[in-house]
Each structure stands twice: as structure tokens, then as C-alpha cells.
Write a protein that binds this ligand. Structure first.
Ligand code: CO
Length: 132
């Protein structure tokens, strides 16, 4: 079962410039960046109420965010829904014929998995089961 929106992922060219915009223009603080995505992404989370904005900057020219920026430029990348039980969710999606990308993997917030935009009306969807 989906509980709520966890975060919105936004691809940016320069994480520090983006964090500066969120802080000085929008008045939103962001967490210290961490490296994720097998070392190909630098991530900073911006807190807004119960949800987060996940600012994603590529590290190097490989990796999904580098490829995304090349193709689309900066902007909205994915929406992440928080679920109670990721394995149950994946089993349910697969039984409905949905294209799940790989197996659940540990991320910053907990175990997560992505659904290809081809099967979701054009939006890359992430599911996360948050660790306690
Ligand atoms: Co995400």
C-alpha cells in the first residue's frame, strides 16, 4: 500500500548552485550532499513538510542522471512513493504485468525500486520502504 509521497527527484547540473537557489530564493534548507547511485550521483535532500525534494547532480559522465541531463536538460526526474512493504508491492506490480526495473536496492532512505516510465504514463516512479 502506498502511504504518501516521499520525494520528488530533480536533476540539476550544479548541486551547490541548486542548493543556493532553494535556500536563498525559496527559503528551504537542504541536507549535506551524499554520494549515491553507485558513485554516479551526488544527492541533497530538501525538506518540505512531510515530503522531500531530492536534488540529483551527476558525478562524471556515466550514470542515469548524467544521461538524463544530456537528453532532457535540468528538471523533473522522478516521483517517489513511500510504501509499507516493498517486496509485497513488487510482487503485486509484477502480477499486474508492470515493468519493474531490477530488484529492490538499498538507498539513502531505505530499500527502493523503479518503474519504467513506459508503463506509468510517462513518469519514472520510485517506491521506497523507509528503514525505521
Ligand atoms: Co529518489
Amino acid at each position: 500500500m502506498i502511504k504518501q509521497i516521499s520525494h520528488l527527484g530533480i536533476a540539476v547540473k550544479n548541486l551547490e548552485e541548486a542548493r543556493k537557489f532553494y535556500r536563498s530564493i525559496l527559503g528551504l534548507e537542504s541536507a549535506d550532499p551524499i554520494i549515491g547511485g553507485d558513485g554516479t550521483i551526488k544527492v541533497s535532500m530538501v525538506e518540505i513538510g512531510n515530503a522531500l525534494i531530492e536534488l540529483l547532480q551527476p558525478v562524471g559522465s556515466e550514470g542515469v542522471i548524467a544521461k538524463f541531463l544530456e537528453k532532457h536538460g535540468e528538471g523533473f526526474h522522478h516521483i517517489c512513493y513511500e510504501v509499507n512493504d516493498i517486496n509485497a508491492e513488487v510482487a503485486s506490480l509484477k502480477s499486474k504485468g508492470i515493468n519493474v526495473l531490477g530488484d529492490p536496492r538499498p538507498g539513502a532512505e531505505g530499500m527502493s525500486i523503479f518503474l519504467h516510465p513506459r508503463g506509468t504514463h510517462g513518469v519514472l516512479i520510485e517506491f521506497v520502504e523507509k528503514k525505521e
